[in-house]
Ligand binder design. Structure first.
Ligand code: ATP
Ligand code: MG
Length: 202
């Protein structure tokens, strides 16, 4: 066998082995259920990951609910785009960042009002996907009762998918989740003085 033929031969053997492993893994992953996903970490890409799943779900004709905690802006591209779908209920439930409001009891009241909307969705099986954007802060700042939130999430409709985003997800939330991703900050344009950009950051 020439050098090139040998390479072809060993490549084929490696790929056959790989295919057998992949086929076996696909055969094992045969169950379906509504998932709890947590997208956390300090890097950019958490909320946009959730909105990517919103796009996928709407593309399949699924019903989607989005609750945006903390932030109060209603001029985002994501809300303009996805909020226009009949199948998508979009709620902006924040009052601004905690360092802007500087009002803990006000933040707690806002969080509780927002949670009312979220828990309605989490008890309604007609929602196929519910996004709880920036919910993690409401737990890490103790704005909401941790047990109440975790219980509601654990009792969500069986086939409903829920995505929670935000930094510093508490360990109990990560334990409860089926899928957890941590987006790592390698570098961010903001740190070189570039302001939030339309289409990229909002
Ligand atoms: P995105 O909505 O773009 O996916 P995110 O949800 O991961 O971002 P958040 O913590 O919710 O991040 O912050 C939202 C805003 O802060 C966005 O404008 C985003 O670009 C910016 N941002 C995210 N991560 C960083 C970072 N590591 N340094 C500076 N700015 C950041
Ligand atoms: Mg975010």
């Amino acid at each position: 066998m020439s050098g090139e033929q040998k390479r072809e031969h060993y490549h084929k053997i490696r790929m056959e082995r790989k295919k057998a492993q992949i086929d076996a893994a696909i055969a094992r992953a045969d169950s379906e259920k509504g998932l709890l996903l947590v997208i956390t970490g300090n890097g950019k890409g958490k909320s946009t990951s959730a909105f990517g799943m919103v796009g996928r779900a709407l593309g399949h004709g699924m019903k989607v609910g989005v609750c945006q905690f903390i932030k109060s802006r209603t001029d985002t591209g994501e809300e303009a785009f996805f909020g226009a779908y009949d199948n998508c209920d979009w709620h902006v439930l924040g009052d601004g960042f905690t360092w802007d409001t500087q009002d803990r009891s006000g933040d707690i009241a806002t969080s509780e009002r927002g949670w009312e909307v979220a828990s309605q969705m989490l008890s309604d099986p007609s929602y196929d996907l519910v996004v709880l954007d920036e919910l993690t802060y409401l737990l890490s700042y103790d704005y909401l009762d941790k047990d109440l939130v975790l219980n509601t999430l654990s009792e969500k409709p069986e086939m409903q998918h829920v995505v929670v985003t935000g930094r510093n997800a508490i360990s109990e939330l990560k334990d409860l989740a089926d899928t957890v991703s941590e987006v790592q900050d390698v570098k961010h344009a903001y740190k070189s003085g570039i302001k939030a950009q339309k289409g990229i950051d909002y």
